[in-house]
Design a protein. Sequence first.
Lengths: 117, 110
Amino acid sequence: EVQLLESGGGLVQPGGSLRLSCAASGFTFSSNAMSWVRQAPGKGLAWVSSINGGGDDTYIADSVKGRFTISRDNSKNTLYLQMNSLSAEDTAVYYCAKRWGKTFDYWGQGTLVTVSS
Amino acid sequence: QSALTQPRSVSGSPGQSVTISCTGTSSDVGGYNYVSWFQHHPVKAPKLMIYDVTKRPSGVPDRFSGSKSGNTASLTISGLQAEDEADYYCCSYAGSYTWVFGGGTKLTVL
């Protein structure tokens, strides 16, 4: 059974940093591209970033470019999202998702990031 | 990219059919046959219901179907059931390994 478990969310001050993790199990992690998608309060889903299985190709949304970095550790079956220079607009539930072709077939339950002073 | 446009809400009675639209541009919905639909119950993980415009993952009832015409994709749910009540999001590949989602549609089963 595919399982994705996000962690690392919490309350952070504007300008601060946070690193999210997503522990994966139930599939061959290193063979699969992964992504982060977020949902701000009362808003729809928004794609944030994607990374290929090997970790050497990454893609990032313009809204977070230069501030967020996606990475992975295939030896630990874990996906990461390093978030710097956070602002209130980054407040959201962050989901990790397994990419499958040009869609996302499995998602975690999300971790809440709140940026507030 | 701008979010895809979905109606904020739709509703239907058990047994009826509802259709949710998703309008984008020629750079996303109209440019690729890679539209997906996700069902999202609050505090649960989103669930893939339709991918590549019309395909259903295994385990998804055939009451769910997808289509596309030009820059607008649609999700149709026939034989509505109470358990279908949820938020539904469309998503389109937008090229260069980027994706754009819709704002979400709340489906109410009356």
